[in-house]
Design a protein around this ligand. Structure first.
Ligand SMILES: [Zn+2]
Length: 1007
């Protein structure tokens, strides 16, 4: 249901005006008999009880017992409360007449009072069951008084909303436009709307910049910020000397989770206030000070605050990102259209929305960043519990973040009925940490912002009011402390630019016993390397992923350089044009957070979510740390995105061997199979060609040259390879939407109905051996291992687990097997399942183990990981007397679309269960394949099939008589017939390709 924009701020005035007019004009109302209903209010709430006085005049003394009421053309008694047990609206009515109709004084005007109660019996709709239900009630409705005797009606259009300011996504842009118009009519402030780009489903990401004037924006982006990043010291000096003059710092308001609804609406109110008003007043409640809180609130405790908006805009530039997840806002879900949580993807950036938001965040480098969430137990404002990501300059953020949190909490309370707030850092032991830069606020901290997740406790009017207060309180704190805060942000950049590893950070980095561990420097003096090098060519595992990383870094505001001459560093030669990331730069914390492996924080008993980012490991490319100051003296800055390397084809050969080395290769193979082209898989390693590599026709591959990244070599016609022909796999995905996203991303043909599939891929909890007939099964992670074990299909199989969210990077030993094609013996893999396989059935073939090294566990949060040391990671097994392969992985191959390096393990398993033979033995062979194709309906009609069959039968006779020349001649004739039939569309591409390929094989044999 959509409601009309026009009523987003309901106007009582408009509804009461027409009453007397309608009476006078009674005669001309012909279209319908409705007159206006006079209502004392026109907005009703799902989270606040409200009563309304209604009046109508039917022009005569009507029978009061004949008066009836309708809401939305239904009798009031039909508006029933939600019943928790029935999960339906079948409780008591929530709209009731509480004062029966009566005449006003001695007139014919009839008056009554109606109460709109709480349809969910609560003013908090955050309960997950209710959260998906309430939006269907939001709409504009007709409230109608009826004289049942003659059917005469008086009506008013009223609005029922969850809270008065709630907007559906489609109402956001019109609301913004209206504010911009109002602002332009009342003052000279600069309000600019931008779309940051389109979401997965093509909606705009709304973004508004509000500043005192355009000059303020230009000055910040073109002068202040570049200087802050290049030469922060000069600005620090100016602040200290009081010479900064007129300058503004950016405040960013944000909302990630679309079903945590107050944030974007509170931002509309904040935008309107600061764009239109001269003054903004609000209350601040004195905080209920926790005894443990070491910091007293450092600001005035006066209750009434008045902000002079022009003075505020002398200090700040407001950036409103509203909702980061418009697709989710439309259907009221946390995740985006692909089922991804945007507040985990801000570092991975596999999804378009977080990627666009992160890019804009890097461009602005906000000083204050507030992410508006909802519905934990209580009114929560960060800072977080430890452990903290060591790449923050925590000492320069912490005090001020605590102070700002108090300011937001007090203003939140002052503007609502909430009577307390809390900060994880003081009120929780662990489990609400900022280790993962995939959270918006964590990413913003790496840009030097004072950042907070704010969680209002309830879904409803009161929490909306609190969230609006949060925006005011955060702004107030920034304007009162601008110089101090900006100096800290500049000092963060200064440490970066100077390559300083300041020990002041160390006291914030503690272990579970609250002992200081500081930054883990090992044998180095400096936690941060001098450079990261992203080599190319021989020293690079994946040129594709390396280049993608360069572009990612550029997009995120990182300085990347390129060597202008060959450079020797400690005996390693880096050729001219090598990409390097100098770590003496303002954003070096961000660089380290995404390129380093991360830390082992397994001593903590609770973490909020996985922490590993480690692009080189999880995307599969090489990036080397260089610890040698001034190692690269001849460099030039990379100032625009770099080209992604694409495959090059030597056309002097009919066939190509595609190396099984990139995810693009997997896509190409899938596309070729969908086009009915022949793709063969090499099944025996020979010379430079590995089993698992793929053989395709040169002419088929050409269309992908220039757009896709792949490695290919011409196949010499003399080279004999053992191959199998790939069949287009029909894949059913069971479990997470992220896994389905990855499988689709690889180009696989995903079918909706499991019955149509020949391969089932699952990370879910469901497993039914009876559905496996002639299908293969690829199972990933503990849920699936558990389901397979429970099914007792493989009695000898067993696994063990610490906990199903334990995660980390570990060393693996990979066995030589067609399913591990394209991987080395020693690899780093990733898990989020805390599981390992303890017993493999006798017929099972082990694909990989956790390494037996004592230091096999590299980084992450996996208490008890030592139990997995040396254990089995994955195995495959063919079920007796069936066509079914079962392949089980204890770890994650497709975690949130980030573990792209392990995608090919998944692809190998899928391809392996879907091959078909190309005839290469004799004509009998060929006839069998022909019959299969005919059965599968690959020929247009019987006639065309028959003529081919006649031809093949003749060849068969010559073959039996060993008449070599005749065999070859008639096979050539068969090919001519195939060409003809293809031209006339009498035969499918698939049948054509298989029979043509088969003929070539046999001709080669008989020549
Ligand atoms: Zn949230």
């Amino acid at each position: 249901m959509k409601k009309l924009f026009g009523s987003w701020k309901g106007s009582l005035l408009a509804l009461t005006l027409g009453f007397s007019f309608v009476l006078n004009a009674n005669d001309v109302v012909e279209a319908d008999e409705k007159s206006d209903l006079d209502v004392s209010r026109s907005t009703f709430s799902l989270t606040e009880e409200r009563t309304v006085e209604v009046k109508a005049d039917f022009g005569e003394d009507i029978e009061l017992e004949d008066v009836e009421f309708e809401f939305g053309e239904k009798d009031l008694s039909e508006w029933k409360k939600w019943s928790e047990d029935e999960e339906d609206f079948d409780g008591e009515p929530f709209i009731n007449v509480i004062e029966e109709p009566k005449f006003v004084d001695d007139t014919t005007e009839v008056q009554a009072t109606i109460e709109f109660g709480l349809p969910f019996d609560t003013n908090d709709l955050s309960n997950r069951k209710i959260r998906t239900e309430y939006q269907q009630l939001i709409d504009d409705y007709e409230l109608t008084m009826i004289n049942a005797e003659n059917g005469e009606e008086a009506t008013a259009t009223v609005e029922l909303n969850v809270y008065d300011e709630f907007l559906f996504y489609d109402e956001r842009k019109p609301a913004i436009d209206e504010i911009i118009t109002k602002s332009n009519e009342t003052n000279d402030r600069y309000v600019e709307y931008q779309s940051l780009g389109e979401t997965t489903e093509g909606r705009e990401l709304n973004f508004v910049i509000l500043a005192k004037d355009k000059n303020a924006v230009d000055k910040y982006l073109n002068e202040t910020l570049p200087t802050a990043l290049e030469d922060p010291e000069s600005l620090i000096d100016k602040i200290e000397d009081g010479n900064m003059g007129d300058y503004q710092v950016p405040i960013w308001f944000n909302n990630m989770h679309a079903d945590e609804v107050e944030g974007p609406d509170a931002q509309i109110a904040l935008l309107e206030k600061f764009a239109v008003e001269n003054e903004v007043t609000f209350d601040m409640d004195e905080a209920v000070m926790d005894e443990e809180m070491e910091n007293d609130a450092p600001f005035d405790k006066e209750k009434d605050i008045t902000l002079d908006v022009d003075e505020v805009l002398d200090d700040v530039i407001f950036l409103y990102a509203f909702e980061n997840n418009p697709d989710g806002r439309v259907v009221n879900t946390r995740g985006n259209a692909n089922g991804f949580d945007p507040n985990r993807d801000m570092a991975f950036q596999t999804q378009v929305e977080p990627a666009l938001i992160a890019e804009e965040m890097a461009k602005w480098t906000p000083m204050s960043y507030i992410d508006m969430h909802g519905y934990v137990d209580g009114f929560l404002i960060e800072p977080t519990t430890p452990p903290h990501n060591p790449n923050y300059e925590y000492d320069l953020l912490w005090n001020e973040m605590v102070e700002q949190a108090h300011s937001m909490g007090q203003a939140g309370m002052g503007n609502s009925n909430l009577d307390s707030y809390f900060m994880p850092i003081f009120d929780m032991e662990s489990g609400w940490d900022d280790m993962n830069p995939g959270y918006g606020p964590s990413l913003a901290m790496l840009h030097g912002a004072f950042s907070h997740t704010v969680e209002v406790p309830e879904l409803g009017q009161d929490s909306y009011n609190a969230m609006y207060g949060v925006g005011l309180g955060s702004t107030y704190y920034v304007t009162e402390n601008k110089d101090k805060l900006y100096k800290n942000q500049l000092q963060i950049f200064e440490r970066g630019v100077n390559g300083e590893d300041d020990r002041s950070v160390d006291e914030y980095l503690i272990d579970v016993d609250r002992e200081e561990i500081g930054r883990l420097r090992g044998d180095n003096d400096n936690f941060f390397p001098d450079y990261y090098v992203i080599p190319e060519g021989e020293d690079q595992k994946s040129d594709l992923e390396a280049r993608k990383m360069v572009n990612y870094l550029l997009r995120n505001g990182v300085t990347v350089e390129k060597t202008t001459k060959d450079t020797d560093v400690n005996g390693t030669m880096y050729s001219e044009g090598t990409y390097i990331v100098p770590m003496k730069q303002a954003k070096r914390g961000f660089v380290n957070a995404v390129l380093q492996d991360g830390e082992d924080v397994s001593d903590w008993d609770d973490m909020y979510d996985p922490i590993i980012v480690a692009f080189p490991v999880l995307r599969g490319f090489d990036a080397q740390e260089i610890r040698e100051p001034e190692a690269f003296t001849h460099t030039t800055e990379v100032d625009e995105s770099v080209e992604i390397p694409t495959g090059e084809i030597d056309e002097n050969s009919q066939k190509q061997v595609l190396k099984n080395s990139t995810n693009d290769t997997i896509q190409i193979v899938n596309y070729l199979l969908q086009e009915g082209k022949i793709v063969e898989k090499v099944i025996e390693t020979k010379d430079e060609i590995n089993k698992g590599d793929l053989v395709v026709n040169t002419k088929d591959l050409l269309q992908y040259e220039g757009d896709y990244s792949f490695e290919t070599e011409p196949l010499e016609s003399s080279q004999e390879l053992k191959v199998e022909q790939l069949k287009l796999p029909k894949v059913s995905v069971n479990g997470s939407s992220q896994l389905e996203y990855s499988v689709k991303d690889l180009g696989f043909n995903v079918v909706d109905d499991q019955a149509d599939a020949n391969v089932i891929v699952s990370d879910g909890k469901e497993f039914n051996p009876e559905t496996l007939s002639e299908k293969s099964f690829v199972g990933i992670g503990s849920n699936t291992l558990d389901a397979v074990e429970e099914s007792n299909l493989l009695p000898e199989f067993d696994f063990d687990i610490t906990k199903d969210n334990h995660e980390g990077i570990f060393k693996a030993k990979v066995n030589d097997h067609i399913l591990t094609s394209g991987y080395q013996e020693d690899e780093l893999f990733y898990t989020t399942f805390g599981a390992w396989i303890t017993s493999v059935p006798e017929e099972g073939e082990v694909l990989a183990n956790f390494s037996d090294d004592d230091d096999f566990y590299v980084a992450g949060w996996w208490p008890g990981h030592e139990k997995a040391q040396g254990e089995v990671l994955a195995f495959t097994q063919k079920l007796e007397n069936t066509d079914t392969d079962i392949t089980l992985f204890a770890n994650d191959l497709a975690f949130r679309a980030h573990t792209q390096y392990s995608y090919r393990l998944l692809a190998n398993s899928i391809f392996d269960s879907s091959t078909e033979e190309i005839p290469d033995e004799d004509v009998e062979d060929m006839i069998e394949v022909f019959e299969d194709l005919k059965e599968a309906g690959e020929f247009e009609d019987d006639q065309s099939a028959r003529s081919l069959k006649v031809h093949l039968s003749a060849v068969n006779r010559y073959e039996k008589k060993e008449l070599d020349e005749k065999v070859v001649k008639h096979l050539e004739g068969f090919k001519v017939l195939l060409d003809h039939q293809q031209k006339e569309n009498l035969i499918s591409d698939k049948a054509y390709n298989i029979l043509k390929e088969g003929s070539d094989n046999l001709i080669e044999k008989w020549e």
